[in-house]
Structure formats: C-alpha cells, structure tokens
Design a protein around this ligand. Structure first.
Ligand code: DX5
Ligand code: ZN
Length: 217
C-alpha cells in the first residue's frame, strides 16, 4: 500500500487550515511540510509555527522535510511543534548519524534525504537506523519541477539493499511526482509519494489524491 503525502508547499497558505482539512478528508496519508532556510536551498518557507498550525486541523502524520543547514539546531522546536517524522539531508550536516539518533531518541521517525547528486552509497552507514530514506527526484527548493528519471536507479538500489539486509525503512520520493512518474517510482520500490503541484494544480485535489492512490495500491 503506497502512501500519498501531499506537500503544502503548493497550498494556498492564506487558508492553510482549510487546505490541510481538505487533504485530510481527501484521503491523504501524511501531510508533507517543506522547510527551507534560504541557505541550503535558495528559497525560504515554513518554521515550526506552521507545523503547529497544521496540527490543529488534522490528526494525520506531519512529515517534516528539513532543507536547512545544520538541521541539528532545529530538531527540538519542530518536534515540540508536533512533527511526527523529521527528514534531514545527508549533505546538510557534519554528522548525519548523530542527528538521526537525536531524532529517534525523541521517539520521532528519522528520515535521511539524498539530493539528486548524492549517491545511495553515501548513506549506507545510517540505513540500519533510518525509518525512511527520501530520494529527491528534483533538486530541492521549488515545487513544479521536472522529475529526474536517473533517480529510478537510486530507488532500485536502495530497495535491493533493504531486501538484502532485511531492513524495513520506507523509501519516499519527492519532486515531479504525477500520474506517470508515480508508477515508475512504485515499480522501482518506493513506498511514500510526495506530490505538490500535481495535487494542488488539479481541478479537484481530493480526487487527485484518490487517483494517485489507485496507481500505487
Ligand atoms: C522540493 C520539495 C517538494 C515539492 C514537490 O524542494 O521538497 O516537496 O513541494 O513539489 P512538486 O510535487 O510540485 O514537484
Ligand atoms: Zn519535500
């Protein structure tokens, strides 16, 4: 059963509460929150207060994707705000293993994220403690970009590693996910599918969530 995690990056932030409620009622599995600091990526988005606000409108897991330098400085405030999962970029910290341990110590799901230019082998040493690996299928920073097909091989590699080592981390994909690319990622071994513009750009975002779900179940 694949999970659909709509990204509120593409939502109308002036009515965030309604948008989150709509995703919840529309059958989203998780709510994906893209946090950008203007340094790790050239865009600036949400702080912990947005997670706290979203939580008032849903009981779904709040999946926080930290596109920030030195994520270790922000973990506590996002957990206090109500994040149920925190994913940190392997490229953004000097000690990815330690950051993931800090997250797990607080009983929150720990994800490790790979930019398109970072190979799967770079995070092999942390896969045994990872609850999730997020394979970026675009370069992070903006919604609405084109899916990078070369990432399918990275997903396959991670799925093979998981099988061979009897691990159970989830594989998430993020960027350029639509009706066509979601199926290819699913076939390659991905389990959780982030989609922003494809869902919010649809005439009915709720129907679009259902449509994407049928493609990965
Ligand atoms: C990109 C973000 C994504 C983004 C996906 O930096 O991490 O979550 O919202 O947007 P789409 O689905 O429009 O590519
Ligand atoms: Zn994201």
């Amino acid at each position: 059963m694949g999970k659909i995690a709509p990204s509120i990056l593409s939502a109308d932030i002036s009515k965030l509460g309604e948008e989150v409620q709509m995703l919840d009622q529309g059958g989203a599995d998780w709510i994906h929150v893209d946090v950008m600091d203007g340094h790790f990526v050239p865009n600036l988005t949400f702080g912990p207060n947005v997670v706290e606000a979203a939580k008032k409108y849903t009981d779904l897991p709040l999946d926080v994707h930290l596109m920030v330098e030195e994520p270790e400085t922000m973990i506590d405030s996002f957990i206090e705000a109500g994040a149920t999962g925190l994913s940190v970029h392997a490229e953004a910290t000097k000690n990815i293993h330690q950051v993931m341990q800090l997250i797990k110590n607080q009983k929150v799901a720990a994800g490790v994220v790979l930019n398109p230019g970072t190979p799967a082998s770079f995070v092999e040493p942390v896969l045994a403690i990872a609850d999730m690996v997020l394979v970026m299928t675009v370069n992070p920073g903006f919604g609405g970009q084109v899916f990078i097909a070369e990432m399918l091989e990275k997903i396959e590699k991670l799925a093979a590693y998981r099988r061979e080592n009897n691990l159970d981390f989830l594989i998430q994909v993020d960027g350029g996910i639509n009706e066509e690319t979601i199926e290819r990622c699913h076939e390659a071994g991905a389990d959780v599918f982030v989609a922003g513009s494809n869902i919010f750009g649809a005439a009915s975002p709720a129907d679009q969530i259902q449509k994407l779900k049928t493609l990965v179940n």
